[in-house]
Design a protein around this ligand. Structure first.
Ligand code: ADP
Ligand code: MG
Ligand code: MG
Length: 506
């Protein structure tokens, strides 16, 4: 390894392992200084007063609403109950009902969601909006709306290269949080008419909130690039793990775990009518604990009213027969993709091409449409059955494509050992944890340099598109960042005796 690479890696590892408090700028409190409450009136007037968005979905909003409830003796028991409910729900529905009925003297079998939420979203929600806790919420929202520029981040090493630009490790100066910044070169985007694609990826990502799909935290622009700041995935991609560590392929435990998490990610996307279309090992990334997330949503599409789409997109080796054949298709192509992924993790090569084999695309297309894939003795009976059901040529017969959709995949015997409720809650320990001292990607000098295109002129029409892209913080991810890094707790103090004293003297 060259010295340049070693330096770049050790700087990144140091930033990663010391992320958080040590990574904050010494000016972090200035960057996150609350505006006066009087500066929030416009925001207050225009904010949609939706209980679910303000007090449940937005993490800082939820936190402040709970603080409000705890400050009121008559509401105190409701919040502790709500917290308890969220925890117990995962393990034991029975227990939840008992604690619920005992504490609130409510009819047994009344469902918590039904009786508690309408209560809180009534009177308590209105009173909350009159309280200092809501003023504080508005102050946080103002900070969330601060413009984002390249100066908001520190930049570390190059992580990878994509079709429109490079991906760099970066760190938010205000909080010390590490992210990956996917840059799209403006001239490349224009030359290859990638505007709709870039905006599509950004808009789909900002709507999602799943632990199995990378989160978008910020979207901003610089003179030369459009930037998407994404969950940092330090553990490398599945392609690296399948091929670059020992014999090609992965242990059954890991195949099961990753396949189950990808399955949850696909269900999340499909429930929101989003078809992913780009499932392959290099798009599945590991975080530093060994959990995976689906990334690269550049080819994802929203299917309106259950309509089908057409278009030969994706990577040929992973395309479903109906895509290869230019037919209309729906979610079926993602279940085919999952079949390819499970096959490749198990066998150490994709289903229709052995290692080192170079194929003409016509031959690849023929194999996908007509050939039966081989199963060696690396495949147990169960994984073989699952793969062949997912790699069924006819989409109508394929597992995952009938009315119960992804649920029928989750209930396949191959996943018998997986507790999907625990998995969804992030409570299952991954079978493999990446080494925090390693950098799981190619050396810096082995990633080709990205050239800018000459002779492309950027004008006013481009500016309109950039404005649509450049929306700054994504609320839920940003609020989670503030909470996770401890900045929320440190800054969210109130004046003496709970007075409305928002401007603290540092
Ligand atoms: P493209 O859409 O152009 O293929 P990708 O989103 O796949 O771009 O990113 C290109 C490469 O950058 C990936 O193969 C991976 O190596 C790296 N990368 C992308 N996103 C992340 C991330 N969130 N964390 C770490 N590395 C990433
Ligand atoms: Mg990619
Ligand atoms: Mg892409």
């Amino acid at each position: 390894m060259e010295i340049e690479s070693m330096v770049a890696n050790s700087v990144l590892v140091r930033a990663r392992t010391g992320a958080g408090i040590k990574g904050r700028s010494w000016k972090w409190k200035d960057i996150l200084r609350f505006p006066q409450v009087s500066q929030c009136v416009d925001l207050a007037a225009n904010l949609e007063r939706d209980y679910h968005s303000l007090c449940v979905r937005q993490p800082i909003g939820k936190n402040l609403f709970q603080l409000f409830c705890q400050s009121r003796p008559d509401l105190h028991s409701y919040t502790s109950l709500l917290n308890e409910a969220f925890q117990t729900k995962l393990y034991n529905k029975q227990k939840l009902h008992i604690c619920f009925t005992e504490k609130l003297c409510i009819q047994p079998n009344t469902h918590l969601q039904i009786s508690l939420l309408p209560f809180l979203s009534g009177e308590p929600f209105y009173q909350y909006q009159e309280s200092m806790y809501f003023d504080r919420f508005l102050q946080w929202k103002m900070l969330e709306r601060q413009p984002i520029t390249k100066h908001s981040f520190r930049q570390y090493r190059l992580l990878g290269k994509g079709g429109f630009g490079e991906v760099w490790a970066c760190q938010v100066r205000a909080t010390g949080m590490m992210y990956a910044c996917k840059k799209l070169d403006k001239t490349h985007v224009k030359k290859r008419r990638g505007e709709a694609m870039a905006l599509n990826e950004k808009q789909i990502l900002e709507e999602l909130d799943s632990r199995f799909v990378v989160n978008l935290a910020y979207a901003y622009e610089t003179k030369h690039d459009l930037c998407m700041v994404l969950t940092m995935m330090s553990g490398g991609d599945l392609r690296f793990h399948i091929y670059n560590i020992g014999e090609p392929g992965l242990d059954t435990d890991r195949v099961q775990f990753y396949a189950a998490q990808v399955c949850c990610g696909l269900i999340h996307l499909h429930q929101r009518s989003i078809l992913y279309r780009d499932l392959k090992p290099e798009n599945i990334l590991l975080d530093d604990n060994g959990h995976i997330r689906i990334s690269d949503l550049g080819l994802a599409v929203r299917l309106t009213d259950g309509n089908l789409v057409r278009g030969r997109v994706g990577t040929l080796g992973y395309m479903a027969p109906e895509v290869v054949a230019h037919k209309y298709y729906g979610m079926s192509v993602d279940w085919w993709g999952l079949g390819c992924l499970i096959y490749e993790m198990t066998a150490g090569h994709p289903p229709f091409r052995v290692r080192g084999e170079h194929l003409k695309s016509s031959e690849m297309e023929r194999r996908i449409q007509t050939e039966q894939e081989d199963y060696t003795d690396k495949f147990s009976i169960e994984v073989k059955r699952l793969c062949s059901m997912l790699l069924t040529k006819d989409p109508k017969e394929r597992l995952g494509c009938r009315s119960s959709a992804g649920k029928e995949v989750q209930s396949h015997p191959f996943f018998r050992k997986i507790n999907f409720r625990m998995l969804e809650a992030g409570l299952v320990e991954p079978p493999f944890k990446p080494d925090p001292w390693l950098v799981y990607c190619s050396d810096v000098q082995d990633i080709d340099e990205f050239s800018t295109v000459k002779g492309v002129i950027l004008d006013q029409t481009d500016q309109d598109f950039y404005t649509k892209f450049n929306t700054g913080c994504v609320p839920i991810t940003w609020q989670n960042e503030l909470i996770e890094t401890g900045c929320f707790k440190e800054l969210n103090v109130f004046g003496p005796e709970g007075s409305r004293s928002p401007d603290l003297d540092w």
